[in-house]
Design a binder for this molecule. Structure first.
Ligand code: SF4
Ligand code: SF4
Ligand code: FES
Length: 244
């Protein structure tokens, strides 16, 4: 595997060609904040929190590093006054979108941001948007990890949101809950009630398969999906008689 060598805060590091700077920095123990990144999916560069300074040749620029490829000889700085100031501004914008998210509030406080000068404030959370910061992580995980592609961006400007086609119930959603698990602001969530898994944000309610004692195991569609992608026999989930 081809390697590249560069420095982070003066420390010599190594990455595989094609790796991004954020994952490499974290592997070496450098802390860089992020909300829209997960190493298991394609970087999207939405939250802009992972801003760092990168010197390449004679040029230094402030850039997001989740979607910046690790290159031979670059010099990365992960923290200084200028970077903190920019991250604080970004957090003020994010706080306006997710004013009641504990995760966002905590991160904002670490950068000295308690309130936002921008539009949405506490108590003014849009029903459609709630604490969604449009990071797209849910849609990427659904497509790249679960293999379902139930979610996408819809609309523009203030009406932009993530959900099923035309913001209606995503019919291909198997209610696996991966999107809820990965959401950085916890604005998806799900509950199990009356033999169903309910994802309110997606208007999706799917029946649970149960074991021989009637205890819920997993959504029937989820078991069906896994059975299909793993090429398992039809009767594989014997303990989930409700599974299709
Ligand atoms: S719960 Fe539905 S939308 Fe969420 S990751 Fe699973 S299949 Fe995709
Ligand atoms: S629902 Fe969560 S994961 Fe999906 S775009 Fe909004 S904040 Fe990101
Ligand atoms: S983590 Fe890089 S832009 Fe969000």
């Amino acid at each position: 595997m081809e390697k590249v060598k560069f420095t982070i805060n003066g420390v010599h590091v190594e990455a595989a060609k094609g790796d991004n700077v954020l994952d490499t920095a974290r592997r070496y123990g450098f802390e860089i904040p992020s909300l829209c990144h997960h190493e298991a999916v394609t970087p999207y560069g939405a939250c802009r929190l992972c801003l760092v300074e990168i010197k390449k040749g004679n040029r230094t620029k402030l850039t997001t590093c989740c979607n910046y490829e690790a290159l031979e000889g670059i010099e990365v700085v992960t923290e200084n006054d200028k970077i903190r100031k920019h991250r604080a501004m970004v957090l003020e914008l994010i706080l306006a979108e997710a004013p009641t998210s504990p995760q966002v509030r905590k991160l904002a406080q670490e950068y000295g941001v308690d309130t936002s000068r921008f539009r949405r404030e506490e108590g003014d959370v849009s029903q459609e948007r709630d604490n969604c910061i449009l990071c797209g992580l849910c849609a990427r995980v659904c497509e790249e990890i679960v293999g379902v592609s139930a979610l996408s961006f819809n609309g523009r400007g203030d009406n932009r949101g993530v959900g099923g086609p035309f913001m209606e119930e995503p019919q291909s959603c198997i209610a696996c809950g991966a999107c809820a698990w990965v959401c950085p602001t916890d604005c998806i969530g799900f509950e199990e009630r009356d033999g169903k898994r309910i994802l309110k944000k997606w208007n999706r309610e799917l029946p649970m398969a149960t074991d021989e004692n009637g205890r819920p195991v997993a959504p029937q569609y989820q078991l069906f999906h896994f059975k299909k992608i793993a090429g398992l026999a039809d009767d594989f989930f014997k303990k989930a008689p409700g599974a299709r």
